[in-house]
Design a protein around this ligand. Structure first.
Ligand SMILES: *Cc1c(COP(=O)(O)O)cnc(C)c1O
Length: 237
């Protein structure tokens, strides 16, 4: 198969999986957005997916993303940032990414707020939650999430849209389901507490997108099953 027909086939299969999970859950497929995770993929791979209709791409590393975003010149592309964001890189992310999925500390939120103020933009963001409480993993703890959400709700240059989770990597596609349902429950609790909508749940990847969609994901982040195995095996996620 050529690269192009492979891109078509892969995109079709992922959309089909999302569609079937929606059917099982009685959800409208238009409520689930596919973020094509293009980290470690060259600009040509992004363009090939674009040619098949995909418009939204996710990147994890600022230093890799910026040149790629310059190189891909197709119109109407939307980029999301889904990786760990260091405070000293925040200025490169603000205003360039339509959504930053990974705010996990008050310091980072404040830095983004200040950068967005300086750039005169409002930056859409999500809070990343470390649901499995893994020590080395990014994300705010479930316990600390309400205080962070409250603080961010008061930052006028951040538009807090919801929550993101990257659960423990396990072989069983069903293993992450409890993490997904806990993220949704946490979101519901925050909505009640803040008295404002938090419509976005960013959860589910190549291996477990079905469980995530059944548990209410609005954004699934899929890399491997769209682009094939990444060349760089050192990606820590
Ligand atoms: C790499 C990455 C993904 C995509 O993972 P796949 O298993 O390749 O689909 C999703 N979310 C985040 C945060 C990632 O870093």
């Amino acid at each position: 198969m050529t690269d192009d027909s492979r891109a078509s086939e892969r995109l079709f299969r992922v959309m089909e999986r999302i569609g079937r999970a929606c059917a099982r859950a009685g959800r409208d497929p238009s409520g689930v957005t596919l973020v094509a995770v293009s980290k470690f993929q060259p600009p040509a791979a992004v363009s090939a997916m674009y040619a098949r209709g995909q418009r939204l791409f996710g990147e994890s590393y600022i230093q890799e993303a910026l040149p790629k975003m310059e190189a891909v010149t197709e119109p109407d592309i939307e980029w999301h940032f889904i990786g760990r964001l260091q405070k000293n890189k925040a200025k490169f992310a603000v205003g360039r990414f339509a959504l930053i999925h990974t705010v996990d500390s008050l310091e980072l939120a404040r830095t983004l707020q200040n950068r967005a103020l300086a750039a005169q933009v409002v930056q859409p963001v999500l809070i990343q939650v470390n649901i499995d409480a893994e020590p080395q993993k990014a994300g705010v703890s479930e316990t600390d999430a309400p205080a962070l959400a409250e603080a961010m709700a008061g930052m006028d240059r951040l538009a807090l849209g919801g929550l993101m989770v990257l659960p423990k990597a396990l072989d069983d596609p069903e293993a992450a389901r409890p993490a997904f349902s806990r993220l949704r429950a946490l979101r519901d609790a925050l909505v009640a507490r803040l008295g404002r909508p938090l419509p976005i749940l960013s959860m589910g990847m190549s291996g477990d997108l079905e469980a995530a969609v059944e548990e209410g994901a609005t954004h699934v982040r899929v890399g491997t099953d769209l682009f094939g195995q990444r060349k760089d095996a050192s990606d820590p996620k």
